[in-house]
Ligand binder design. Structure first.
Ligand SMILES: [Zn+2]
Length: 402
């Protein structure tokens, strides 16, 4: 069934050698704009102790930690990572969500002020295209958690004016807008009445509705209500993680596609493969025991070479093919390549990234895998940016007409 559907929309497998395909993958990664729906750099800066007063993390040069910086972004061909303005759910209790969002936005702006030859703000697909033609990395912004607007509808416009172009309605807990996939309380049974107002206000202004993190009921109610297509900025297919509501089931993927939306696949291994956690704890246990038995630390050269070899044979992480399986699945469910994109969650999922997709320099590995599976150049362009641009422009259009 899957093979039949795939055959209908992708051509025969390529004749190129792997080396030629890899060259092609790198070429396409740089030829086309590449958008990523979710990169947690602002959060990484915040937990790293960087504040408005204490300056910015220098991502203009290669950084030791994290998954994102300018050199690696250029290497991987990434052009427009949505910077996640992430508001942890505890701010719903303590207050201060809007203040935190404002400061994370200012920290993002600071990157473009400090390194204007490398980074630029982007508030529309047109901005991204302009920046791309100048070789600049665009930093569009999405707000992860509607908590900053949960008490005051006027705040939606405030954050639109500050440049936020999508809002993930909630995060790990139910908020006043809607229920979360991670929260069993089910406070509203989906969207609250206020949440409905927020969605309408987002449509009016031109902010994309992001249904990552929301409960299934919330998703379906957003589909009923929204006047413009929606995105899932960083979600994967539940088929591979049964029972994990944070990912989208087949009916939801189909509906999102019918409404012209896009699901941007999360690269975190636990989003990709439900067996990952068990494999990883077994792996960690073995490593810890081996180090203890040999009285070595991880940094010891002998331990390093052992770990390298052991990891090669017992790799617990998902890999590039697993991510491509999710993309294949969305293609099969929606009947084409119009409704899928990348939403890595780089800088947000710690040590759980797939082998071959450990940072922003490695997107070509994924493009290689897609080419190998018979995806065309046009398919790749759609997945890299055309799909999410279509949604973004549709959202702009609904706003312009309202
Ligand atoms: Zn998230």
């Amino acid at each position: 069934m899957l093979a039949l559907i795939l055959c209908a929309c992708t051509p025969e497998k390529t004749e190129l050698t792997d080396a030629e395909l890899m060259e092609k993958a790198k070429e396409l990664a740089h030829k086309y704009i590449m958008v990523d729906g979710h990169v947690d750099l602002p959060y990484r800066m915040q937990v790293g102790g960087f504040t408005l007063r204490r300056g910015a993390l220098d991502v203009s040069v290669r950084t030791d930690g994290g998954n994102f910086d300018f050199p690696r972004t250029k290497e991987g061909g990434l052009d427009a990572p949505f910077m996640s303005i992430y508001i942890p759910a505890r701010y719903q209790r303590t207050g201060g969500a809007a203040e935190l969002a404002d400061s994370l936005i200012s920290m993002t702006e600071r990157l473009t002020q400090k390194w204007p030859d490398k980074f630029a703000m982007a508030y529309s697909p047109d901005d991204v295209e302009r920046n791309f033609s100048k070789g600049l990395i665009s930093l569009p912004m999405g707000m992860e958690n509607g908590a900053p607007v949960e008490n005051d509808i006027a705040k939606v416009e405030h954050f639109f004016k500050r440049g936020v172009r999508y809002i993930t309605l909630t995060h790990g807990r139910d908020n006043k807008i809607c229920d979360s996939s991670y929260d069993t309380t089910r406070t509203h049974g989906g969207l609250s009445d206020y949440g409905k107002q927020v969605v309408s206000e987002m449509n009016r202004l031109g902010i994309m509705v992001d249904i990552s993190h929301v409960s299934d009921d919330t998703f379906w109610q957003v589909m009923d209500l929204a006047k413009a297509p929606a995105i899932a900025s960083h979600s994967s297919a539940r088929k591979f993680t049964p029972g994990f509501e944070r990912n989208m089931n087949d009916d939801m993927i189909k509906k999102l596609g019918e409404e012209d939306g896009v699901i941007m696949i999360n690269f975190g291994s636990s989003f990709l493969d439900s067996a990952y956690r068990a494999r990883k704890s077994k792996y960690d246990e073995h490593v810890i025991n081996w180090l203890a038995d040999n009285e070595l630390t991880r940094d010891d050269p002998k331990a390093r070479s052992y770990l390298k070899e052991y990891t090669k044979n017992n790799d617990p992480w998902a890999n590039v093919a697993t991510v491509a399986d999710h993309i294949d699945h969305v293609v099969a469910i929606t009947g084409g390549t119009d409704n899928v994109g990348f939403g890595s969650d780089f800088d947000g999922v710690g040590d759980s990234l797939p082998t071959g997709l450990k940072d922003v320099s490695q997107y070509p590995n994924l493009i290689f895998e897609l080419l190998k599976r018979g995806y065309t150049e046009e398919d790749i362009a759609k997945i890299c940016y055309k799909n999410v641009f279509r949604v973004w422009r549709a959202v702009e259009k609904v706003a312009a007409n309202s």
